[in-house]
Structure formats: C-alpha cells, structure tokens
Design a binder for this molecule. Sequence first.
Ligand code: CA
Ligand code: CA
Length: 903
Amino acid sequence: MKRYTLLILFLLSSSLCYGAEWFVAPSGNDNNPGTQIQPFATLERARDAARASTDATNTVRLTTGVHERTEPFVLDERDSNTLYIGEGPNTIISGGRSLDGWKKESNDTGDEIWYVDLPKEDGRDLYFEQLFVVHPGIGGRRAIRARTPNNGFFRPQDVQQEIPIGTQRGQQNTTGQFLMPQKGELDFLKDTPQEELRFGQIVVHHSWDTTRRIPLGYDAERDLVIMKGEPMKPWNPWRVNSLYYVENIRAAFDEPGEWFYDGVNSRALYRPLPGERIEDTKFIVPRSGLNQLIIVKGKPEQRATSIGFAKIKFAYTDSPRREQVMRGAELDPAVTGDLRYPGPGQIDPVQAVFWADAVIDIENAEGMGIYDCEITNIGEYAIWIKNSEKCRIERNALTDLGAGGIRIGGVGTTKLIVVNNNIIHRGGRLHASAVAVWLGQNTEDNWVTHNDIGDFYYTGISAGWVWGYQGGRAWRNVMEFNRIHDLGQGILADMGGIYTLGNSEGSVFRNNVIFNVKSYSYGGWGLYPDEGTEDFLMENNLVYNTTDGSFHQHYGRNNTARNNILVNSTPHQVAITRVEDHLSIKFENNIVYWTEGSAIGYQTDNARTEFRNNLWWKADAEGNALPVDFKGRTPEEWLAKDPGSIVADPLFVDVKNNDFRLRENSPALQLGFVPFDFSKAGVYGDEAWIQRAKDFVTPVHPHVPPVAPFWVSDGFETPRNDPIWKGTASDDGQNLIRLTKEHPASGEQCLEIVYAPDLSRPWQPHLYYSPNHTQGLVRVAFSLRMQENAELDMEMRDNSGPYKVGPRFRITKGRTLVAGLEPIEYPVNEWVRYEILTHIGEQSTGEWTLRLTFADGTKKEFEGLKFHHADWRTFHWFGFSNVVRTTDKTTYFLDDMEIGNEL
Ligand SMILES: [Ca+2]
Ligand SMILES: [Ca+2]
C-alpha cells in the first residue's frame, strides 16, 4: 500500500490544474491571440505566451494534426507549471518530413519498384537511414532497409583486426578490421562500386552488443571485407560465432517491403508489399539530425518544475548523430563526405546503446509528468530523465523504438521517478542492444511498476551501471508487477529479464513475470545480477522459458532470491558463475521446475551461498517425474548444501498452459512458500488499454544458422590483437598472451604465453577455442616451445555441466604427462609438434591418438589412449590453462595451430 501513497503524493505535486490556456494548431498563426478560434501555429509562441502570463499555471492545448518540428522544442525553468495537452493519437509532434513524388518502374524481372528523387537539404541530398510507410488511417510502418540475408544472419569464417605488435590498449584510436565470409556469401560486394559501398553498412551482433561499419572494399584475393574503426573491445570482440548482415547495398534490395538509399543516383527506392498502391501510400523520413523532439532543461540550482505532456503522439526521429558516432573512426573523407553534414556513418558498440539520445529529454527538472502519450517510429530512446526528481511517466505506449524505452539517471542523482503502467513494445529496431527501461548510476527511490515490456533483442530492465565492487549507487529502486517477455529472440547474448549491476542497497525486484528470453550462444537469463551486484532482493517473481538459467548471478554480494517460481530454462536452472570469498547469494523458498538439463550450472555448487527451503522438481512434458541432477550430484549430496529443501512435485495447476498457480496440497506450502498472484503483473486500467497490451504480436525469431563446426589453421602471421585469435584469451588484461617475433616455429611470428604472479585466477593466463564439433574425426595439431619451468594443461572438453574431458595432458618440468603413459621427456627451448586424432560423436571409441614430432625429426606415436571421461562425445572446447603456482616468471610459445575435422 505504501506504493499508492507515494503515487498520490506525486500526482499532487505535478501540475494538472488549468490556469491560463492557449491553443496551437498546425494551421494557426503566431500573430493570433492563441485562442481556440484563433490558435497559434507554433509551440514556441505558446511557450512564450505562457512565460509572459501572470497566471500561476498554464495549459497549452495542441489540436489534432501534425505539428512538424525542424528542431527540438526547448523548455526550461521559466516554463514551470505548464501542461501541454493534445487530443489523443492524432495530435502528432513529428520529427519527420514526407517524401513525395514517387514513381513506378519495373526492373528486368518485372518486379514493381517505386522510386523518388531525393530532395535537397542545404544543397545536398537529404540523408536518412529510416523510412516509414503510412497508409490512410494506419500509422507508420518501419520499412526494411535493404538487407542480406533477408531473414536472419551470416556468420563469418574469420574476423581479424590490424593492431601492430606492441601496441598497448587505448593507444590506438582506429584500426583495420576484416571479416572473412563463408564461401561466396558476400560475392556481391566484389561487384559493388566503391562510391556505392560507402552508403552500405555491415552490422555485426557480438554477444550483447552491435557494431555498424561502412565496408571500405572487398579484398578478393584474401576474401575479406575491409573495414576500419575503433579497436574492438577486448572483453567483447567480434568472433567467428558472431552474427552479421549487410545493409543498404543494391544487391540486398530484393524483397517486397525493402527500401534502398541510392546515394549514387540521388534516389530512394522501395519495393511495395502485395496490395500496396502508390496512390494511397505515403512515406515519411526523419529530418536529418533531429533525434530529439522535446528538451526540458532547467538549471541544477533552479529546476524546471511541474511541466506536463499528455495525450500527444511523438513520432519520426533520426539516429544517429554523426558527431556522436564518427569520433575516432578516422575514415577517408571520400567515404564519409563532409562530417559537418548528415551522411553515412558507423557505430561502435556501447552496452545498452548508452550513447543514444531520447525523444523527450529531461534534465534538472522536478514534478514532470508524461501521461497518455504515444512515442513511436523513433530512432533512439523514447524518454530520458536525469538529475531530476518526482516525475511520473504513466499510461504511455512506446512502440517501434530504434533503441529503447525509458532511461533514468546517468547525470547527477535521479530519484522518485515513477514509471507506471506503460506499454513498451518493439525496441532495438535500429540498435538491437537497447533496453526497455534503464536505471543508471545514482538513481534512488525510483519505481518501475506495471509495465508491459516485450519484443526486444536485449535486456528488459537494466538497473545499476557500475561493474564490480566499486560502490555504485542504484539504491532503493523498486521494480514490481512488470510483465517482461520475448527478449533476445536468439540474436544477442548475456541479457536478463532484469539485469543488475553494482551496489543496489534496498533495491527490490518483485512480483514480476518474465518469460521467453532466448539468447544466441549463451545467457538469456530471467533474473540476472551481473558484476558486483550487492544487496539486491528478488522475490515473488515468476520466470519461465529462458536460456541458461531462470536465475544467474555472475558475481555479487549479499543478494537474495526468495519465493520465486522458476520454470523451464535450458540447459540449467540456477547458475552462479564466480566463486568468491563472501556470501554471494541467499536462495530460499524458491520453486524450481524443469524438463531439460541440470538443476544447477556453472559454479553454483562451489560458490559461497545460503540455499535453503527450496523445492526442486524435474518432469517431462507430460508431467512424469525425471531423475533430478545437480551438476552430477545426487539430490542427497546436493541437499546437504541446501538444508530444508526437497525434491517434490510442486503441483502446478497446468504447466502445459503456463498456469503456475499451486494446488492446495502443494508441498511448497509446507516449506513456507507464499503464493502470489501473477495475473497482477502488467498494465491495468480500462479494457482498451489492457487489450492493447494483449494485442502484442509474438515475434517470429529470425533464422540463425547453427553454430558451424569450427576450423582453424593459424600460424599467427596475420597481425591480430588479443583476444581476436579464433579463440579467446584471458590474462587479466596484462597483455600476457601476445604475438612475438622471437624464434617462431614458422613464418615470422608465433604466440607467447607468459605467466605472471598474482593473477585473479590460478588458471590464468589461458587460451581456448570453441570448435563445436559433434561428429567425425577430429584432428588438432600445434607446436609448443616450453621454457625452463613452464607448465600447462591441455584439455578437450564438451559443453555439459560439469564438463567432460576427452584427451588431456599436462606439461610439467620438462615432461609431458599423459594418463596411461610413462612421462615423455621433453626438451626445453625447442619446438615440439603435437598432433591429436580422435573420433567423436557416434563414432567415438573412447580413445585417442597422440603423435609427437621433435625438433630433430624424431617421431613418437601413442595409440589407444583413454579419454579422461570415458563418455566424452562432443568437442566444444579446446584450450591451454596455466598450472604454474610459483612466482617464477616463465613463458611458453605456440605456433601453427590447427583444428580440423573429417566428417
Ligand atoms: Ca534483401
Ligand atoms: Ca608462425
């Protein structure tokens, strides 16, 4: 009930009173008196009239019609106590302009194509990257910027980055980047003239982020697309498993519903959908550089107070701004054109699209209200409130968002903001890594309640913005009764229905319903406390149908998850990644129910936790009990660490139909589980509003190619920066894994792996590859040169939890140790060639072969070596870990790495 007291308080503090009143109509005139009969034409005129008014409060009424903007409407502290109110969704504040004069032509295949000559702006072709199609009575539909492939993505065969040896991170602003396609996939780029390539983009999704690059050419000899930009972030580079597509290349313009910006011929082209007629189709594009429509900016010492917007639709805004995104790109002006004007751009990855602006931007304000508005067909975020307090965002529909929904914080301290009863659907349309609601650092006592959040590619609600135990400050934020669904869609990774960071003292996430979170590769979690989340409470949430865990804590302190219902994640349900020397999580009174995989994953069994009074149950789709597995432990073994817990059927009303209410005789009730009403999550109010949320169209996930078997043949000759080898290296950022020209086995370079004391993990530095081979004859070969005292572990693993190991050996003190063999004497400071052969999948014999070739040409071959785990069958991981535990500085060298497979 406390919540409602708070809401009423806000309502009283924000101005909904009517004092002096002015009217603004698109057909009005600023010389008019601003009455209903003789309205003003512009918002500025009404604003100035309100400023001059002696009334304590003012109302500005916007009539039905399109109020076109060429620049943002700017308000400040002088405009306090004013309400801007429209007449509903037909009162539109638009950042767009119509694109008129379309003509028809047919191409040589007889397909109908519409085209328009680009209008001029400042004597240049109008530039835009979004096109909206409008039919009578129907709002804007985002047309598809010509892309290849049409449905889904390509995956590179290789990615490379040109960073000279010895360059330290941060020293280099810009770098060459190269992407090698699978055979033939990008052949059309070879024939694309240079002047046309510059209007295209390669869009790469890599884990939780997205990069856009202008293709600078195609190297047919090496089969590479050439790009340039900021160096990849070492913690999230592009990889061979990244997904990408190509936008706005003529050859990609091949499907109905697609459009193409033909910069060379100063035209825009569109392929109509079946039934679309040129005479009743309108096109709207955002005005170049108009990313924001409303800016409310008071002074830090004198805030703009009690300004409201109600019953207005905001639409058609641009993204990105060139000055924001082209910094550091250092591209040829022949490619970019004059950077002072709109034109082709590229975007470097920043989590949650942090660089983006919002259509309504509020700073240094108090008592702001945004009610019953629509924000749609936009390029970036919808609303951003920073260094402000006591504002309300309520009953708004935010849809078709280029980036995300609502951002709170990021500048100063932002508190007592209520985001209640909004529909936030279809985000990430231009910038996939956007979130629906974001609460940054220095946010306090904010309430995010009863929102319906759906159809995003990344996280639903993101709270906190400090990685690790650096303090942070996202305090007493309450997120409850939200319905968060259909995230990820198999495209991005490492996301959560709720995603939290840093010190979150007093913050609560409760009574939310999260479902359908599907990641690409890993991490489509329901509840996701990430790096250094502290003192966060997650209770009474229902989570179902997620990837890699209904609950996942990367690492954190003193967090609590209690009384949640967690259903059907794959391949495990509850996961903790890092073992720490403090209490990581209290996990109590939860119901965990699943059909596939293990109960727990990652390091859950080793972390310092307090598990108690939980109910665990595994059943098949028909509800028949299945054996419960705790990462290889029996329930008896696990429950020693989870006292008071039981393995029992929770007796849901109807699992098949996602009805997770408990029957009266549910054993969970005996454990102290308190039922909660999940039907309360989501929007409320009148029937039409509730129906609008229900009208959500479940997105069809794009086609994502299966992870292809991975092949590598790498002599470490191409300049690459770590960790851009086809594998991943981790050395705590100390540049311990690096290319060197010291005595390579072949060519001019090899890889050096250096041991240093005081690394965060005993197995650092380590280097691994993800081959993802599931059948065939695997061949792995590499050359190693060990210094005195250098040691390492080599393992070939699968991806189960706990993982199983096939072939393995250890090199220690001049010897190679393989189970079943006498130690093999090993010359230090000389290259030795290793070759490993083994059948996997159904052909597996449980055995492997090792061949060694020494520097003097001597060969040794060992057949019939046993796998470490006899039932190892799939090859998902190959790598070298450190085993040195002394403070001696040692090093070893690697060259001519090969991973192959004869299927
Ligand atoms: Ca296409
Ligand atoms: Ca080499």
